[in-house]
Design a protein. Sequence first.
Length: 407
Amino acid sequence: MKLRPVALSLFAALASGACAADQLAVTVTHDLAIARPSETITVPWTEVSKAIPGALLQHLAVKDSAGRSLPYQVTNVLPQAKDPTGKGVAYGELIFQHDFAAGEKSATFTVEKLEAVAPVFPTKAFARYIPERLDDFAWENDKIGHRTYGPALAAPDEPKVGKEVLVTSGLDVWCKRVSYPIVDRWYNKGHDHYHKDEGEGMDMYQVGPSRGCGGTGIWDGTQLAVGRNYKSWKVIANGPIRAVFELTYDAWAANGIKVAEVKRFTVDAGHNLDQMDSTFTVTEGTATELTVAIGLNKTPGDKNQDAKVDLTSTPAQGSLAQWVVQKTNGQLGTAVIVPTGSFKGLAADKLNELVLAKATPGQPLRYYVGAGWSKAGEFTTKESWNAYVAACAARAASPVKVTVSAK
């Protein structure tokens, strides 16, 4: 049967409407002139399901303005926990990334419903508990790796056992030459094997009782009060683009009160600095404001490396950066950034360079911590590392804006 022109027009409109119901338009803007590589874009799943009813994480495509499909991730970070009707209502966020070139202040994307199953994307952000190595907890992305220490490492040695003992809430750095995940590979080699670079990178950073690269404490004006090894852990999201996890620390004595901490780590692909959100709770005594110190170890160089540490502080952007030159291990940049609304200045104690921040008990304090290694090829001078830290501070102060609409 032939369709008359009016009927044909109606058919086309209905077909167009059917397609529109299965697409979401996403526009991302920002105000900076600098490049923003690996900018992470998050869209609440409520917006996705509103535009694409019944959307499921394995039946989506995210496309840029040129029609190229992008890797994406769907999390269940939000409180919804169950999906009894199979409609995706337990999801939290849709996450993908875009490389903004210098001067590019706007980008558009389309989220589409697929009938086929979407591909599995390479993992670029990963975190896990390491029971096989004294309760370590390790995390990494395609740029850098880290670990910290659990209760088994802090437990006393037993006679004739010779167990390693270290009491610290400091954070370690694992330097990578490669973009693929190495945490499992290195732990499978056996403890201490990763202290030698065999082509993928190495652990060349010293923590000890210091804050390491970004551990926290409470500052009373002259002394730093710190907690012990983390007590418990929880992984909330685990790649391929973003890993989110929490570490909980038992209360410790600090300037006449006791303070406990829950530290949430957000680890994004393509970034050398991780976003941290620490929530401090006063368990004994009273305090309406805390002075939190985020530290960098003064002597982070590996053994027998004669490390020289160059420090750069930039109070206007709330940052403190180190450039650590080692004899044969290359150079390592480390940094802490505290957004200017929380920044309270700089300090130091015997072990650490410190960035001070004001925190309200029960409310998260946000800051950024990380490192970059010269042998990975991206940061080969102090100037290149400091420029990266400055760009990170600018990006933190001027986040992207995301708007969505049904197509």
